[in-house]
Design a protein around this ligand. Structure first.
Ligand code: FES
Length: 353
């Protein structure tokens, strides 16, 4: 199992595709060091192996080193998901001493003009490049998380080159998924079909030529797919998220499903929430599925797709994911795609604030 710990919603960047909810939690609501350490111990007992320390920007937490120490003491593999802003050489070396296992560095663009525009933070790109050098110097295993969309997907070859230059072992070419702030900005972020086809060819070529040097994972923009993504590997199966105030979620966007109620790890034991809460059992397994998914030969491959996407596009979290070609909701998704991609000009970004 893997757990995403959103340590804070605070972040110096303002990316318009941030997966955080549009209602951000304030610093005062955040779990303190001791409460997080308790969550990590409970998670390890539950069967979590991998802990993704995320945000917001996790470096905004002054106690980040102590949190890594607590997670390692609990026996968890620790991955820091960061923009790099807020990490100094001294802090990175302390994180290394604390036992941090892996760093995942986000990339907003391959030029300062693009990266600083998307991140809404002047000088962010140069600082990130400096942080990347220190990461390489220390020798952390590095994944570059390149978030791609309409404005930067054409820079994919340069993005892959950058991963090589920075000494990354892996690059995640992650096309924006439309939840959180990205949903508000969907029309501005949605790439065209031509961009997507070119990107697929670029990725396929790079996978061949860089075999053994760089692992490339491609997360396609799923509105262009024929079948849905196996979101969270199935609801409540192998992953969970904890928000800054300790709310336990089956996925990062689950709070967009209005009829579900979520509980806090400060009120109820993590294992009890995982096994017994209504929210985790709502779409677990296959019993909840509509007949179309129940009878489909892909039932145990994509698990009916993404519940939050069904909610966002169709207003029904129990409907088949509208990405699926077999879904009656596909027409609604195609109409959105036509309308937004064919628009004469993309709308301005609404930056995360
Ligand atoms: Fe919630 Fe996919 S993001 S199920």
């Amino acid at each position: 199992m893997a757990m995403l710990a959103e340590l804070t919603h605070r972040c110096p960047l303002a990316c318009p595709y941030c997966s955080n909810p549009t209602e951000l939690l304030a610093k005062e609501t955040e779990l303190d060091t001791g409460a997080w350490a308790d969550v990590f111990r409970q998670a390890a007992k539950l069967g979590v192996l991998q802990l993704h320390l995320s945000g917001g920007e996790p470096a905004s937490r002054r106690d980040l080193v102590d949190l890594v120490i607590a997670a390692r003491e609990a026996g968890l593999y620790t991955n820091l998901i960061t923009s790099g802003i807020g990490l100094t050489e001294r802090r990175l070396r302390e994180l290394d001493d604390a036992g941090l296992d892996h760093v995942q560095l986000s990339l907003q663009g391959v030029t300062s003009a693009m990266a600083d525009r998307i991140g809404g933070y002047k000088g962010g790109f140069d600082r990130k490049m400096h942080v990347a050098e220190i990461i390489a110097d220390i020798g952390f295993p590095l994944t570059l998380n390149a978030v791609m969309h309409r404005e930067n997907l054409d820079d994919l070859p340069q993005t892959i080159d950058m991963a090589l230059r920075l000494g990354a072992r892996r690059i995640e070419v992650a096309c924006v998924q439309f939840q959180g702030w990205a949903l508000i900005n969907r029309a501005a972020l949605q790439p065209s079909r031509e961009q997507v086809e070119t990107a697929k060819r670029t990725v396929a070529r790079a996978i061949e030529t860089l075999k053994g040097r760089l692992v490339i994972d491609f997360v396609p923009p799923d509105y262009y797919s024929d079948f849905p993504k196996a979101c969270m590997n199935g609801w409540g199966s192998t992953g969970l998220n904890i928000t800054p105030d300790g709310t336990v979620l089956p996925c990062h966007a689950a709070e967009t499903i209005p009829h579900l109620q979520f509980e806090k790890v400060t009120d109820r034991a993590l294992a009890d929430i995982w096994y017994n809460s209504d929210a985790f059992n709502a779409y677990r397994g296959t019993d909840w599925m509509p007949a179309l998914c129940q009878s489909c030969d892909r039932r145990d491959i994509d698990f009916g797709g993404c519940r939050c996407q069904a909610m966002a596009v169709l207003g029904d979290a129990a409907a088949p994911d509208p990405v699926c070609r077999k879904s009656p909701g596909r027409a609604a998704l195609d109409a959105l795609l036509d309308e937004e991609v064919d628009a004469v000009a993309a709308p301005e970004f609404v930056f995360r604030r």
